[in-house]
Every structure is written in C-alpha cells, then in structure tokens.
Design a protein around this ligand. Structure first.
Ligand code: GLU
Length: 537
C-alpha cells in the first residue's frame, strides 16, 4: 500500500495482518490521515473511493463528496473574494467521508468500524511526532484562524509547532471513540451534528459568511454509488472517476485525442527527462486544453445539469477535437473558464492478498479546509463549496453546470484511477492538487502506459499542469531546459509551478509474475509498505 504518511501506511498494513482486506485497510488509513495529516482530509471533508472487487471483478465508486445545504444558492459567494468565502462557514459542505468509508466497510469490509478506528484513536490520544511536511503546513495562517486551532497547533509563544514536536489531539480521540461506540449516527444525527452546525455558523464577514447547513442537511446526507467511467488506451482498460469529478472525463478525452500521435522518444536516460520529449509534451498540453474547455462548460453535479457524457467521450467527437491540434504550434484560443481551487488533498492506494483494490482521493479542499475546527471534537471542516463557481455562470449560452445549487455536489478534479488489461488489475493511483490533478493523473498514465517508465521514474518525472484552456502552463522545477525552450518556441507561456505538483501514490501488479509493488511520492512523505500473509498449508 502507498500513502502520503508513514503512519497511515502502517495502519493499513496492521489491518491486513489482523485479517482485514483492502477496504478495511483503506478505512484505517483514512482515519489515521485525519490525525497525522489533518490539513488534507478527514471526517469534516469528502472523498471518492474507486474499488476493484476481486471476487466479481466489478469496479465500483463510492462518491462521498460534500453537498451544498438545502438553503444554498447560486450567488451566495458573489459579494466576497475566494479567501473571505473559503475561511467562513458559508464554504462548508455537508461532509461525506465518514459516511463513505462506513458504507464501503459495511458492504465489502471484513472488520468493524471500531477495528478500523482503533489506530486513529491511539495516535490522536497518545500523540505522534510532527513530520516536516505537516510542520511546513502548520505555518499556514489557516491552521490557526480560530481559538481551537490556535490552542492545538501553536506553542505558548504563538509560534507554529515545529517538526519533531509531539502532537496529541484528545478531542479528536474522543470523537473517534464516540463513532466507534455509536456508529456514524452520532456524527450525522447526534451530539456531533449539533456541534458541527454551530461551528459552521461562524463568520468574520458578517451574515454573508454564515454557513447555511442545518441538522436536516446532515441527517439527509447520502453517499452515491456510481458506475466508474471506462475507456481504452493502447490495449489497456482505464477505469476512472465519473462526474461530479471532471477528472475522469478529461483523462479519457485526453488519452483518446492523443492516440493518433506516436508519443515517446525519451530524452536520454535521466528519469526526470524520460517521456518529456517536447513534441509529446506539446501535444499533451494541447489535448489537455481542449479537455479543460469542455470541463469548464459541462462539468458539475450530473443531478443538477445533464452532462452529455456519450458525446463528450465519443471517438468521432474526440477525433474532431484532436484534429484541432497542430504539432507545429500552440492553438491560439480555446473556450474556457477558470475558478481558484486548493491543492491540498491526499491520495492513497491499497491492494490486498485477495486482489481487492482501493484507490482513494480524499479532501477538505484547501489546506486546513475552512480553518474551522469543530469545538470539542477536534476535526477540521472543509471549504468544498468554493469548488462551485463563485460567480454564477448560467445564461442563455451557458448551462452554469457548476453554479451553486441546493443539495448538489461541487465539481471536483479528484481522479482516483485503475488500469486493467484483459480484466486483470494492473495499477491503482491518483493525486491531490486541485485542478492540476487532471494533468498529474494523465502524465502518470502516460508514463506507465506510453513511456513504460519504472515506477520510481513515473513518479519522479518533472510534471506540468494545464489549469484552463487558454491560460499558462505550469511546469515543475527539474524539467529539462531543452523541453522548456522548445515549448516556448511552440507558443506556450510557461510559469514555474508555485509548489511541487501533486503527490501520486501508486500500487501495481506485474502482469506476468503477479508480483505486487508500490511507489510513493517524495514530494510529500509518501510511504510504501507491503505485507504478505503467510500461506496456509
Ligand atoms: N477540492 C479539490 C477537488 O475536489 C481538491 C483540492 C486539492 O486537491 O487540494 O478537486
């Protein structure tokens, strides 16, 4: 298994050792991530789980995305900036993560919710040493906007806790203990629900910032079971996330548009450069721009606006789109729209001895979510509702697919993905990174399937990101100078990625030997652990 924090990977392994399967391991990892990486995901947020079931060969999605309260409306964000909206209760969506993991476990797990909560309870109660990545994130003012977070994450002098400091979270331990004893009801209908509703009424911008969630929004929360999107690429089957994520559609569109090009010609043997030949990168950027234009127009909650998925994924349509790509120069313009998004989610992947696989991307949206911690319960509330359009787009020419609507899910970019061949599972991966996720997951797929890089090189490879159809392309440090100068010559405007792009956690299986392996991203504290159950004689 592969997770962005060693203690999360360890919790997953311990579940397998105790007879659990990949679904139990994934749940234990999620709850531990809530403790050790509270800025990125947790029960105050939402998640997508893409699961491959060994016995039936089925692939299923649990969509535990946050939803807008019944009282939400399209212009609720219109009078304030992203920062003002996103650090107030108005940005908080009804959380889905706890409902999602508990649903997955009830359906396919082997252990109880109490079993998978145990490691998180222990770590929250006894504490753990703050790692450099968390210490860095604690510098973010959003980690100490409210009295509860100040008390927990700042020292006596008001300075952020440093790497190596011991962090105990007794309130969070108590929260997990209550859930272990009483089940998710205590969160969605009990004492925690009341505390959560009170917390999201906090606002530092007056009435405009007050959250609109009610007890009935929480009691009515439902995970959605969805059928994953499935596409073919060079003989492989790609299984990925449907709407309300925009990532899976963009991934399948882009791979399809690129099939007519012969990609490759790696530059030398440096793993950072392989797969980066300028022409391949140029056409990939162009295909991503076309996909991002469709995303901006069409993607949102499918329950709010019908999404013409068949047409968007049809070979004929994609052939027409691909024909727009000019190998010699950048297309001058493509229709677009862009909204600001956070980049601070987490991805983990796990496979068990039976062959069940979980690929999960989980989030509270921005780092530290809304910055609001539920008093007495120790978990952060998301700001997922700012993934909706902040200014309504609906007009005669535009469906406003991602405008805020009551009870709907905001558009996501999270793209947990599986690759199979002839029905045999081969890879599971995904990444955090807001809208850069789409580029990161595409590049990971290309590195695996088009360029045949080693798992380590797949991840180490310098990444680039197309954020919208007409904007600049971000590029990570470490990209070759030749690549950068050739892309500029083809008309691309490049800018340095503001931070390392994404954090890919990958597990795989060798198609011939069936040997399992994993690779984790050193951009964060990615850790791979493996466990082989003793064979029964
Ligand atoms: N909220 C974003 C989404 O659902 C994810 C944010 C992130 O990756 O940091 O696409």
């Amino acid at each position: 298994m592969s997770a962005s924090h060693p203690l999360a990977a360890q919790a997953g392994i311990d579940r397998l050792k105790a007879g659990g399967n990949a679904i139990d391991a994934a749940a234990a990892m999620q709850f531990v991530l809530n403790v050790v990486e509270p800025q990125s995901s947790g029960i105050g947020g939402g998640a997508f789980l893409l699961i491959h079931l060994a016995v039936t060969g089925e692939n299923v999605v649990i969509d535990a995305r946050e939803v807008a309260p019944a009282a939400a409306n399209a212009d609720q964000f219109a009078s304030h900036s992203y920062d003002e909206n996103s650090t107030n209760g108005i940005a908080v969506g009804v959380p889905g993560t706890l409902a999602g993991f508990s649903e997955a476990q009830q359906r396919w797990g082997k252990q109880t919710l109490a079993d998978v909560l145990a490691p998180a309870i222990r770590l929250a109660r006894n504490g753990f040493a703050i790692t450099p990545y968390l210490a860095n994130s604690l510098q973010n003012p959003r980690a100490a906007l409210q009295p509860e977070t100040k008390a927990l994450f700042r020292d006596g002098a008001g300075a952020p806790l440093a790497a190596g400091a011991w962090l105990k979270q007794p309130d969070l331990a108590h929260t997990f203990q209550l859930i272990a004893q009483q089940g998710p009801r205590v969160f969605y209908q009990g004492e925690m629900a009341r505390a959560l509703i009170a917390a999201q009424r906090r606002s530092n911008i007056g009435p405009a910032g007050v959250g609109r969630m009610t007890l009935s929004d929480l009691a009515n929360y439902q995970v959605a079971l969805r059928t994953p999107l499935v596409g073919q690429h060079r003989g492989y089957t790609i299984v990925t996330m449907p709407p309300p994520s925009s990532g899976g559609v963009a991934l399948l569109q882009t791979l399809n548009m690129l099939e007519r090009f012969s990609l490759g010609s790696p530059l030398g043997s440096d793993p950072k450069l392989m797969g980066s030949d300028p022409t391949s990168t140029h056409v990939t950027i162009e295909a991503l721009r076309l996909a991002m234009a469709d995303r901006a127009y069409w993607m949102g909650d499918p329950a709010a606006t019908p999404i013409p998925l068949k047409k968007l994924l049809a070979d004929e349509y994609l052939a027409q789109r691909s024909a727009l790509i000019n190998v010699q120069s950048r297309m001058s313009s493509v229709t677009t729209g862009v909204e600001k998004e956070g980049r601070h989610t987490t991805h983990f992947s796990v496979v068990d001895g039976e062959g069940n696989v979980v690929s999960c991307t989980s989030t509270v949206e921005d780092a530290w979510g809304s910055g609001i911690m539920v008093p007495g319960y120790g978990f952060m509330l998301n700001n997922e509702l700012t993934d909706f359009n902040l200014t309504p787009q609906q007009s005669a020419q535009n469906p406003g697919a991602n405008d805020v609507r009551p009870n709907m899910r905001p558009r996501s970019s999270m793209t947990p993905t599986l690759v199979l061949r002839d029905g045999q599972w081969l890879y599971a991966f995904g990444s955090p990174g807001g809208s850069t996720i789409i580029s990161t997951v595409l590049e990971t797929t290309q590195n695996l399937l088009d360029f045949n890089l080693t798992p380590e090189a797949v991840i180490a490879h310098a990444r680039f990101a197309v954020l919208d159809a007409n904007g600049k392309t971000e590029i990570e440090k470490g990209a070759s100078e030749l690549l950068v100068s050739r892309l500029k010559a083809l008309g691309h405007t490049l800018q340095d990625a503001p931070e390392p792009q994404g954090s890919v956690q990958l597990v795989g299986e060798n198609a011939i030997t069936h040997e399992r392996w994993g690779a984790a991203d050193s951009r964060r504290e990615g850790t791979v652990l493996r466990y082989s159950a003793p064979t029964i004689q």
